[in-house]
Design a protein around this ligand. Structure first.
Ligand code: NAI
Ligand code: MG
Length: 500
């Protein structure tokens, strides 16, 4: 295949891209049932960089059967310590191939290379090592029962079984590992469907897992479209749990599909996260944080700080700093040195984001920065700031998933109840960020905000130990931390009557 690779792309990444990619089922790369293929693009150029196999429902059946066999067989028989060793080898292999993985992630997702290397690849290594530690530490309890006579009762923590994992295109490596690592630690086997737009790094991870000693069939990767592949996983009678990250609309479809066999469901469905800046805060730091939260990866982050609330005394200063940074941001190819923001993932996403910017202006918001596309090719949207935004406007209420910040004011008349009511006034509840030096205000606000993650004087807290997930319509369940292990395990209560 002749493709136009970015000149900075290394040999390992080029050679991977040039391969014919297949499905990973039962430890082997296999042709899809249909033989059909999808083009994979570099969103910064619109060029085709590879093609991926388009799986069918029949391929999903094969993958589920392989996962079931591996669950009943080799994976079930590994000791926790063996699983830890395998996961640590997997982590070490990822480190060995860090540059290749970072370049593949960069060229397919559009994120700047340094972020892919220091954020995504480094992050998945940490996630694996963190989760690898739980294998030998998770376990049951011995509850004190009050039944008549003498009893010995205990609980067992057991793997939930075969899990389906469906992930989006914004963080292909991270989203894969946030789901793979706790599932492996818990002893589950996996059928993963990456996004049809960004399937490459998940396939590479699958190969590295095999090399690390993850037995065939434990981690199957089935590439292709939401319909039929994701839909078949969600509806499959032999899948015990489905974990999904993506849009609310697709999350609802998955819930319905899962109702057939009542499989366990966890959902991470994005947000419309508020950033609240009190006048005593370090305003420069707050403005920098606001920009990195909404403009980093062109706003395609579920926890993006997309609604900014600033006290009126600080509003002009913060807005000025934010728009200056927005206007000065260097957009470009993620592989180019100095690029601060890359493209959005696709033409469709670009149109969607531009549609929101237009609707905001039609509904009365004012453009303070950006508002336009840029670049001769690729899918670039300028960092955009809207003021005069109010509840009820689509740009206020809905997840845009693009580099669009809505800036609003509050005043001395607004007490913490009113400020938090405004911050809580969407159907989402994923993340929130508070900027103040006043500890009382910070703690009081943290309790008042309806969000699964609250950061104070920080825009994000990417640590494997911290649970991640949403209140309200941002989802069900938590990833990262021990909560993620809980999502991949069942508890069994065993009670023994000692008096017979
Ligand atoms: P999506 O939610 O449709 O796609 C996410 C994953 O679900 C992909 O792997 C896709 O193939 C799969 N999928 C699609 N339909 C399915 C079905 N019926 N059954 C099972 N799996 C299915 O997201 P999409 O369409 O790529 O983006 C649309 C909007 O969703 C974005 O503009 C953004 O607002 C939001 N979104 C939010 C994300 C988040 O992390 N919060 C991630 C991706 C999208
Ligand atoms: Mg969709």
């Amino acid at each position: 295949m002749t493709t136009h690779f970015h000149p900075a792309l290394g040999e390992a990444a080029r050679s991977f891209l040039s391969r014919e990619h297949h499905l990973l089922i039962d430890g082997r790369m296999v042709e899809s049932d249909s033989g059909r293929r999808t083009d994979i693009l570099d969103p910064a150029t619109g060029n085709v960089i590879a093609t991926a196999a388009e799986a069918s429902a029949t391929d999903v059946d094969r993958a589920v059967e392989a996962a079931r066999r591996a669950f009943a067989g080799p994976w079930r028989k590994t000791t926790p310590a063996e699983r830890t060793r395998i996961m640590l080898r997997f982590a070490a292999l990822i480190e060995t191939h860090a540059d290749e993985l970072a370049q593949l992630e960069c060229i397919n997702s559009g994120k700047p290379l340094a972020a892919c290397r220091n954020g995504d690849v480094a992050g998945i290594v940490e996630m694996l090592r963190y989760m690898a530690g739980w294998t030998t530490k998770m376990g049951g309890e011995t509850p004190n029962v009050s039944l008549p006579g003498e009893w010995h009762a205990y609980t067992l923590r057991e793997p939930v079984g075969v899990v389906g994992q469906i992930i989006p295109w914004n963080f292909p490596l991270n989203m894969a590992m946030w789901k793979i690592a706790p599932a492996l630690a818990a002893g589950c086997t996996i059928v993963m469907k990456p996004s049809e737009q960004t399937p490459l790094t998940a396939l590479r991870l699958g190969e590295l897992a095999l090399e690390a000693g993850v037995p065939p069939g434990v981690l199957n990767i089935v590439t292709g479209f939401g319909n039929p592949v994701g839909a078949a996983i969600a509806a499959h009678p032999n899948v015990d749990k489905v974990a999904f990250t993506g849009s609310g609309e697709t999350g609802r479809r998955i819930l319905q599909a899962a109702s057939g066999n009542l499989k366990r469901v966890s959902l991470e469905l994005g947000g419309k996260s508020p950033v609240i800046v009190f006048p005593d805060a370090n305003l420069e730091a707050a403005a920098a944080g606001v920009c990195s939260s909404i403009f980093f990866h062109a706003g395609q982050i579920c926890a993006a700080g997309s609604r900014l609330y600033v006290h009126e005394r600080a509003f002009d200063q913060v807005l000025d700093a934010v728009t200056r940074r927005a206007n000065g941001m260097k957009l470009g190819h993620g592989m180019d040195a100095g690029t601060e923001m890359g493209p959005v993932i696709s033409r469709r996403q670009l149109d969607r984001v531009m549609g929101y910017i237009a609707s905001g202006q039609e509904q009365g918001a004012t453009l303070a920065a950006g508002g336009d596309t840029t670049g001769e090719r690729g899918f670039f949207v300028k960092p955009t700031v809207l003021t005069g935004v109010e509840p009820g406007m689509k740009v206020h209420d809905e997840e845009i998933f693009g580099p669009v910040l809505c800036a609003m004011k509050f005043s001395d008349d607004d007490d913490l109840e009113r400020i938090s009511a405004a911050a809580n006034s969407t159907t989402y509840g994923l993340a929130a960020s508070i900027w103040t030096k006043d500890l009382n205000v910070a703690h009081k606000m943290a309790r008042r905000l309806e969000a699964g993650i609250v950061n104070v004087n920080a825009l994000s807290s990417p640590d494997a130990a911290l649970p991640y997930g949403g209140y309200k319509q941002s989802g069900w369940g938590r990833e990262r931390g021990f909560d993620a292990i809980e999502m991949y395990t069942e508890i069994k209560a065993v009670a023994i009557n000692l008096n017979t």
